[in-house]
Every structure is written in structure tokens, then in C-alpha cells.
Design a protein around this ligand. Structure first.
Ligand SMILES: Nc1nc2c(ncn2[C@@H]2O[C@H](COP(=O)(O)OP(=O)(O)OP(=O)(O)O)[C@@H](O)[C@H]2O)c(=O)[nH]1
Ligand SMILES: [Mg+2]
Length: 419
């Protein structure tokens, strides 16, 4: 099996319809990062203008042959299309290209997910998405390639067990994975029920925007941070202390990307929906990226797809330390009404962010007065946890407290006082 570290790759982008060459170039920059994250070395990129998509090779036949020949000359073993290829197109390329693998963006993203999955849940999710992607693409050539070459785009799923050429086996595998996922999800739902009484915020954003770095900065928890796409696949939930009296729960989860393969969105749907069942979405954007606005629209369309577009949002413009131009920072803050510019890496303006979260949290705060008899000493101390004590008065028979806090916490305290 070839080592993925030295897999030389060509990237192919196509300008057609209203997609200009300039846009294709930007998309290829991103594809290049994806390829590097998967372990490839990008040896070149080809941007092709097309009036009409050729059903057989996506590109015209002449161009397709030219690309393959160029690849052979430069000892390139992997060709990656930014566009989705149909199963038939992949098959045609396999016939044309001998030992050169031709894959699309979805296969590349799936490969990265496969490499980065850590827990049983994410491994099962990725495995399911991969097998669903593979099923219509399963051909003799594919299994031949997988066995002969391995590496990027063929690593996931099959490989080890050679006889899995039969679609029936893949189908059985898919239904088994689905069942397994259901049972993992059940366990997780039980755990999450216990957190319902707390204010929950979720970090959401484009991959590599700095969500995990911000998570670490806010919670002190040592999560995995890398200058890589999809470093995080699994969700982590920790507490953030927002002020002396107030805290909330914060989650860090998988990032989004343009054209996230729909099998992956489907597999991760339940995890994502649970994370997004929050009181506040903290959208993390990379202020230093020229594509920040595109990233935001990708995020919003995934959120819409997951029915989470109506939740309160707070925009965090991260990596402000990389932007030297103060005007640009100010313009961006003005352009996005509910936003704050921070540097998670250098812990800049994190207090301002915490205050903003606190303000949103306080919108659903209540202030109540309660009287607790002195003999209920434990309740007296419990009632001052997780709330702001605005006034404390010592009466003859007990303490009168004026407390302010989130509705659920106040209700908990009140019910503890019920006879
Ligand atoms: N200069 C600078 N770099 C940052 C900042 N925040 C994060 N980074 C860097 O950006 C890269 C990605 O950071 P992560 O925190 O892993 O990003 P993420 O959004 O969790 O990414 P995925 O989990 O891969 O989707 C790392 O190299 C970080 O060190 C920041 O405020 N300033
Ligand atoms: Mg991360």
C-alpha cells in the first residue's frame, strides 16, 4: 500500500454556468487544504472552462485524456475533482486511467473524517456515510484499485476484508451500522437529559475557524487543536465560568464546510441536532479569511438544514490578532450587529465575549424573593449557588434572599422549599 504522505495529487476545478475562474481558484485553495490534511502533496491544479458538462468524464474526452497523460508524466497517482462525480464518471476514469485514482471532493472529505474519527460514535457515523457513498460506486475496478494502491480515497471501509465486493454485503453492513448508531444515540440522549436545566451554548463554525481554541480558552479544557480541516469530529461539553456567580455549559463539535457530503450530514445529523438543541449558538468565524462571508452563508445553510436557524446567535470574529488593519476589524463588527472580535489564541477580548454571553443568558433571568427558615441551613446555602444574591436580610425566623438567575435554576430552588 502506498504511503499517503507521498501521494502526489492534481486538483481539478471547472468553471461553468455563473461560476467564474476566480471563484474556482478560491475553491481549489480550499480543496488543496483538504488534500494536504488527508496527507497528499499537491503537484498542480487545473482549472477548465466548460460550456457543457460531459456526462462521460465531466470534462471533454480530449481534456480528460490530457489530464491523465500529464499525471502520468509527473508521477501523479491521485486526481481530485472539486465537483461531485457520478458513479459512472468515476468508473469511466478508472478505465481510462489505469493505476491513477480519480476521486471527488466528497471522497476526500470522507477520507479525512475516517482518519480523524476517534470515538465509537464518530467511527460508526463515518463508516456509515462511507459505505453509503461507496455502494453505488462499487465496481471491480474500485476493489482492484483499493487492493493494489490503497491510500487516500480508498482507505475507508473496505480494504482489510477482500471479499467485500458484493453490494449485498455492503447493504448488510449499512443496516448493521445504522442499528449500532441508534443504540449509541440512545445512550447519549439519556446523558443529555440531565443537562436540560442549564443554559447551554454551542460553538458552531466553519472548519479551522478556531472553535476548539476558543473552547479551550473559555473552559480551560485541553481539546485537540490543529491547523487542519476537521481536527474535531467528536463533541465535548464543559462548563464556562462567566462571572463569579454565573456559569453555563459550552459545546465544541465538528465544523462545517462548503458542499459537505450529504451522507456525512445525514450520519452526523443526530449528534449535531443535539448540540444545536441549545439556548445560544456562538458562531465562530475566521476574521482573517477573505471568505468569511461565504463561510457564514455555508454555516447558515447547514443550520437551516438542521432546523437550528431560529436560535439566538452571537457572532465571534476570531483570529483578530492576524488582522493588522483596525478599520477592517471595526467595519466587520459594524457589518454584523451582534458580534465581537476576539483572538482565542492570544486570549484577547475574551471577557467582552463572556459578558455578551452573560447578557443573553440574563434575558431569561428572573428575580425572586424567598424566605428560608434558619433550621433549613442546607437550603440556605444551596439557594445561593448558581444565582446572584442581590439582597440578604436576617429576620427573626429565617433569611430573606433576593436572588436573580435563570428560570430553571430559580424553579429548582423554589421547589426545594416546598413542604
Ligand atoms: N492567529 C490565530 N490563530 C488561531 C486563533 N484561533 C485558532 N487559531 C489557529 O487556527 C487553527 C485551527 O484551530 P482549531 O481551534 O483547531 O479550529 P477548529 O475550528 O476547532 O477546527 P476544526 O476542529 O478542524 O473544524 C490552529 O492552528 C489554531 O492555533 C486565533 O485567534 N489567532
Ligand atoms: Mg476543532
Amino acid at each position: 500500500m502506498s504511503s499517503p504522505e507521498n501521494e502526489k495529487a492534481f486538483l481539478i476545478g471547472v468553471a461553468h454556468g455563473n461560476i467564474t475562474k476566480h471563484v474556482v481558484d478560491e475553491h481549489l485553495d480550499e480543496l488543496s487544504l483538504l488534500a494536504e490534511t488527508a496527507g497528499a502533496v499537491v503537484a498542480g491544479r487545473i482549472v477548465q472552462n466548460l460550456d457543457k458538462i460531459n456526462p462521460k468524464y465531466f470534462l471533454g474526452k480530449g481534456k480528460a485524456e490530457q489530464v491523465i497523460n500529464q499525471a502520468k508524466e509527473l508521477d501523479v497517482k491521485l486526481i481530485i475533482f472539486d465537483e461531485d462525480l457520478t458513479p459512472a464518471q468515476i468508473k469511466n476514469y478508472m478505465e481510462l486511467a489505469d493505476n491513477i485514482k480519480v476521486i471527488d471532493r466528497s471522497a476526500l472529505i470522507l477520507d479525512i473524517f475516517k482518519q480523524h474519527a476517534q470515538t465509537r460514535e464518530s467511527k460508526t457515523q463515518v463508516e456509515l456515510a462511507y459505505n453509503q457513498y461507496l455502494l453505488p460506486r462499487l465496481t471491480r475496478q474500485w476493489t482492484h484499485l483499493e487492493r493494489q494502491m490503497g491510500g487516500i480515497g480508498t482507505r475507508a471501509g473496505m480494504g482489510e476484508t477482500q471479499i467485500e465486493v458484493d453490494r449485498r454485503i455492503i447493504r448488510t453492513k449499512i443496516s448493521k451500522l445504522k442499528k449500532e448508531l441508534e443504540s449509541i444515540e440512545k445512550e447519549r440522549t439519556t446523558q443529555s437529559q440531565n443537562r436540560k436545566s442549564e443554559f447551554r451554548a454551542a460553538l458552531v463554525g466553519y472548519t479551522n475557524a478556531g472553535k476548539s481554541t476558543l473552547f479551550k480558552c473559555l473552559t480551560g479544557s485541553d481539546v485537540y487543536i490543529q491547523d487542519q480541516l476537521f481536527a474535531t469530529l467528536d463533541t465535548t461539553i464543559r462548563r464556562v465560568q462567566l462571572s463569579d456567580a454565573q456559569s453555563c455549559l459550552l459545546s465544541d463539535t465538528v465544523g462545517f464546510i462548503r458542499k459537505l457530503p450529504h451522507h456525512l450530514v445525514a450520519s452526523f445529523r443526530s449528534t449535531l441536532k443535539e448540540v444545536l438543541d441549545a439556548d445560544l449558538l456562538i458562531i465562530v468565524l475566521d476574521l482573517s479569511s477573505p471568505f468569511m462571508k461565504d463561510h457564514l452563508s455555508t454555516i447558515n445553510s447547514v443550520l437551516k438544514d438542521l432546523d437550528a436557524d431560529k436560535l439566538p446567535q452571537l457572532l465571534v470574529l476570531n483570529k483578530a490578532d492576524l488582522v493588522n488593519n483596525a478599520d477592517r476589524i471595526r467595519d466587520s463588527i459594524n457589518a454584523f450587529p451582534n458580534s465581537v472580535a476576539v483572538s482565542a489564541l492570544e486570549s484577547l477580548r475574551i471577557d467582552q465575549l463572556k459578558n455578551k454571553i452573560l447578557k443573553i443568558m440574563e434575558q431569561n433571568f428572573q428575580t425572586v424573593e424567598i424566605e428560608i427558615p434558619y433550621e433549613k441551613g442546607k437550603i440556605i446555602s444551596d439557594a445561593q449557588e448558581g444565582v446572584v444574591v442581590e439582597n440578604r436580610e436576617y429576620l427573626e425566623t429565617g433569611v430573606k434572599l433576593t436572588i436573580r438567575g435563570n428560570r430553571t435554576r430559580i424553579e429548582q430552588i423554589q421547589s426545594a422549599l416546598m413542604p
